[in-house]
Ligand binder design. Structure first.
Ligand code: FES
Length: 139
């Protein structure tokens, strides 16, 4: 399975083999990490995407919410603002274990949104999420 993930919810190009991990995630009820800050009001309570659509070691962009949801390890879901802190471009893809900004090449970590490569000087803002009924939801 390719690690490169297409943008948007509803595209199901890379889902095979993820059901087991998603089921584990539901059971784990994974949620926010210590670094997560309160999500904006339009994210809180929002059903972002099915957990099964987020590959382990990868992620998906939810364009309409301007959020990128990742699963850095099985059953652990994270969400970050998809807006690059460098100059405000939308990150465009998750590939090779990184979240990529197309404008000037910044890269961010899947697990913490931290800068892996600049020019961005700060990481992506993390939003708390949990899995409810198989769906990643902002909290
Ligand atoms: S706006 Fe993202 S790297 Fe410049």
């Amino acid at each position: 399975m390719s690690e490169e993930i297409e943008r948007g919810v509803g595209r199901r190009a890379v889902l095979c083999g993820c059901a087991g991990a998603a089921g584990a995630a539901v059971l784990a009820g994974c949620g926010a990490a210590g670094g997560a800050t309160a999500a904006p009001a339009d994210i809180r309570g929002r059903r972002l995407l099915p957990a099964a659509e987020v590959p382990v070691g990868g992620g998906r962009l939810v364009d309409e919410a301007k959020v990128v949801v990742t699963q850095p390890s099985a059953g652990v879901f994270k969400a970050f603002s998809a807006v690059c802190p460098h100059q405000g471009c939308m990150t465009s893809k998750v590939a090779g274990g990184k979240i990529h900004c197309p404008c000037h090449g910044s890269e961010f970590g899947l697990a913490d949104g931290a800068v892996g490569r600049g020019p961005a000087a700060e990481g992506l803002r993390e939003y708390p999420v949990r899995v409810e009924g198989g769906t990643v939801v902002g909290i």
